[in-house]
Design a protein around this ligand. Structure first.
Ligand code: ZN
Length: 439
């Protein structure tokens, strides 16, 4: 696979997806172009074998699936997330300073690296909810220009800053918006005019800052890529491409992208919700299958929880485990954790290695240093709703949770190939540790 062309598409997806709402909208467009049929949770589902469908929840989570035949053996699922740590615009956001400036009141969404948000052009995107004759309507808004900046304090006023600095989100992280003029509510008016309505029609908003720097390739031979939101839109994009290009045979293919992973997944559109379970059950009943057939199909299913992984950092090599050391461009990272923060075990790890071998792509392994707690992801959280063999993987990256992260130029293409194999294959088992892998 030509990874340069893959990255062109990836970059355009990243640049056009400043947050979860836009990522889901752009995935819908790609699925629509691929001939998939849109379903709504609030309407009946009339499904046909051989076809592909997709459904969204809250406009910020998405599940797409393809049913090869009515007597499919199980589900081959890849789950990723489309939210990233970011600053959210608070209600009543304008703060006037000395009757001269207007800055915006924001708060943290998730755990980000604060310092790289400073001193760079930012803007705002998200959704507005409008008053209509019949009720309410949601519209996406992106102020597509350099609009805001969070200026650093000069070193002359904080001589110790390079010895470490504790960022206070209520003091240090508020973006400068404009000079104070005669008019009031200028921010809301800007958002309203972008949405094509008047400010009085806006009942509420979910708006977030984003970094204006587009995705780029860099390095001597363009071997690296940098962008905002690589965690986890890189995996979401690879899963989507693999899903569209796969040929499901015995199992149904399920491309699943959750919201709110960065804040614990506990929302109706997060991995702890019933979204995946509801969707799989509705597929089961729409295909005329019994409850027992549902449970049998779950025993013959496989879930790949795809969320980016930490590569060895060139300046901090000692932060990585001594024997499990992922590098950029060296392939898919299988993540292990004895306390099961990552769901990988010997069975799911073995199945994932077989998938990578079949796809002819490299894989490597990650474990936290035994004296570091590390992060967690959505794989183990979704088990409380749908319990099945699950592996935790990711693509290797640096600077996770910065608004500008760095990854390998080749790795997205590797995950697309592995996703294609996953979505075209089946993992048939009875639950006793022996599985037939049908590629
Ligand atoms: Zn992530």
């Amino acid at each position: 696979m030509n990874y340069i062309n893959v990255n062109k598409e990836l970059f355009s997806f990243l640049d056009q997806s400043p947050n979860a709402f836009f990522a889901v909208k752009n995935m819908c467009d790609i699925l629509e172009q691929a001939g998939m049929v849109r379903l709504y949770e609030g309407e009946p589902w009339d499904l046909e074998a051989g076809k592909g469908y997709y459904v969204t929840r809250n406009d910020s989570a998405l599940i797409a699936f393809r049913i090869p035949k009515a007597d499919y053996t199980g589900f081959q699922i890849m789950a990723s997330h489309c939210d990233s740590p970011v600053f959210k615009i608070k209600t009543n956001t304008e703060i006037t300073v000395d009757r001269q400036y207007v800055k915006l009141n924001v708060e943290k969404y998730g755990g980000m690296l604060c310092s790289p948000w400073l001193d760079r052009p930012l803007s705002v995107a998200g959704r507005v909810v409008l008053r209509t004759e019949e009720g309410i309507e949601t519209r996406l808004v992106n102020i597509d220009r350099d609009l805001l900046i969070i200026p650093n304090l000069a070193i002359h006023m904080n001589r110790q800053v390079n010895d470490g600095y504790k960022f206070n989100a209520q003091v240090d992280m508020l973006p400068l918006f404009c000079e104070k003029g005669e008019e009031s509510d200028v921010f809301l008016k800007l958002i309203a005019s972008e949405a094509g309505v008047s400010a009085e029609d806006i009942l509420d908003t979910d708006l977030f800052l984003y970094n204006r720097m587009p995705a780029v390739s860099l390095g001597l031979n363009n071997e690296f890529i940098s962008s905002g939101r690589l965690d986890d839109l890189q995996c979401a994009f690879a899963s989507l491409k693999g899903f569209v290009e796969a040929s499901p045979k015995n199992s149904a293919a399920v491309h699943c992208v959750f919201d709110n992973e960065e804040v614990g997944s506990g929302t109706k559109q997060g991995a702890a919700s019933t979204f995946l379970k509801d969707t799989l059950r509705r597929i089961n009943s729409a295909m005329g299958r019994t409850e027992e057939e549902y449970l049998m199909s779950i025993a013959s299913s496989f879930l790949v929880s795809a969320d980016n992984a930490h590569a060895v950092h060139p300046n901090h090599t000692d932060k990585a485990d001594p024997t499990n050391r992922p590098y950029l461009n060296k392939g898919i990272v299988i993540k292990y954790s004895a306390n099961q923060k990552y769901t990988t075990d010997a069975v799911s790890g073995a199945i994932m290695r077989a998938i990578c071998r079949q796809a002819d792509v490299p894989c490597q392994t990650f474990a936290n240093r035994s004296d570091l707690p590390g992060g967690s992801t959505l794989g183990n959280i979704s088990q409380s709703q749908v319990a099945l063999n699950t592996v935790d993987i990711g693509l290797p990256q640096l600077a996770m949770h910065s608004p500008y992260e760095t990854a390998g130029a080749k790795d997205t293409a590797y995950l697309i190939e592995a996703a294609k194999v996953l979505f075209s294959s089946s993992v048939e088992g009875r639950g006793n540790g022996n599985y037939r892998l049908v590629f």
